[in-house]
Design a protein around this ligand. Structure first.
Ligand SMILES: Nc1ncnc2[nH]cnc12
Ligand SMILES: [Zn+2]
Length: 328
């Protein structure tokens, strides 16, 4: 038997990580100590505790509620980015949620400045590049998502380069959110949207028709419709695939039934991300290793996923060229 391929040295990039979902239980427990709060409802020992998507969102919101200052967010961003830089990640995009910051009593300015400070520190210590994508939360409704889009369109920080939507995909119709995305697109922001994770192929088709994104968060359930897979391949829409998340949330029962490799073979541009890493016992490094173990990828395939991510990244041409140069 040949030894498993060690993906550690492969340069990596992830386009899909929610910063509030990247807080480890240890960090959240430290924050709970700082703010004298009980987290036993959603953390037990070193693990988050939830059993379905709704409970996951409760744990996610509980963790987010414990980041209440600029310094808290600087610490969170730096910790996450230095952790993945140690796995040879050269680039990451983080989803940032002004609604979560506001719920924790933090101003938008303090939220973005804190995150940017953590990004600066991690970049200085490790060289990693990072950009922020503002997300609206779908289950808060179209008005809130539109407010998030207007905030993003006001270009509140130079590191904010994209707009997206997360949250409960089964809430409402995607057409209700089209105006928010029009506002963000008109402001020149990159566009991505969660679809085809909790809902099926029709949700991905609706997202393409009404939102016109260059990338889709997850998108994996497009596999349920062959014509749609062909359309995604033909249009060059990039999927931010998060296999570990899909397994943990039971979108697929095991890696052997996950469609990542089938999508790739159908000509779809695929990338690998961790989504909410400690909730799913994952990290970008683990996603690359899992994919190599499951589908036999070597360094050239895995580097291709990184190249696809950097080509689809919401960055300026100089930064893109610099990052692509790091793959040679
Ligand atoms: N996997 C996910 N799907 C939708 N919304 C999210 N917010 C954080 N993680 C999410
Ligand atoms: Zn996500």
């Amino acid at each position: 038997m040949t030894a498993p391929f060690n993906t550690a040295p492969v340069p990596k990039a992830e386009l899909h990580c929610h910063i509030e979902g990247a807080a480890s239980p240890a960090l959240v427990k430290a924050q709970a100590g700082k703010y004298n709060t009980d987290v036993s409802g959603f953390i037990s020992g070193d693990s988050y505790v939830w059993s379905d998507f709704t409970e996951f969102l409760t744990a996610y919101d509980g963790a987010a509620s414990l980041f209440r200052s600029e310094e808290d967010y600087a610490l969170l961003a730096r910790t996450y980015l230095e952790g993945i830089a140690a796995q040879n990640a050269i680039y990451a995009e983080i989803f940032v949620s002004p609604d979560h910051a506001a719920a924790a009593g933090l101003s938008h300015t303090a939220y973005f400045d804190g995150l940017a400070e953590g990004i600066r520190q991690a970049s200085e210590s490790s060289g990693i590049e990072c950009r922020m994508i503002i997300v609206g939360v779908r289950h808060l409704g179209a008005e809130k998502v539109e407010a998030a889009a207007k905030l993003a369109a006001s270009r509140p920080h130079p590191l904010i380069t994209g707009f997206g939507m997360a949250g409960e995909e089964r809430f409402g119709e995607v057409a209700e959110f089209a105006r928010a995305f029009d506002i963000a697109r008109d402001a020149g922001l990159g566009i991505t949207i969660h679809a085809g994770e909790l809902a099926g192929a029709e949700s991905v088709r609706d997202a393409l028709d009404h939102i016109r994104p260059s990338r889709i968060g997850h998108g994996v359930r497009a596999i349920e419709d062959g014509a749609l897979v062909q359309r995604i391949a033909d249009e060059g829409v990039v999927l931010e695939v998060c296999p570990g998340s899909n397994l943990a949330l039971n979108v697929y029962p095991e890696i052997s039934s996950h469609p990542f490799d089938r999508l790739r073979r159908a000509g779809v541009k695929v990338t690998l991300s961790s989504d909410d890493p400690p909730h799913f016992a994952s990290s970008v490094g683990r996603e690359y290793q899992m994919a190599a173990d499951a589908w036999g990828y070597g360094a050239p395939d895995l580097t291709d996923f990184t190249r696809t991510a950097i080509e689809a990244a919401f960055v300026d041409p100089q930064t893109r060229a610099k990052l692509l140069g790091q793959l040679d």
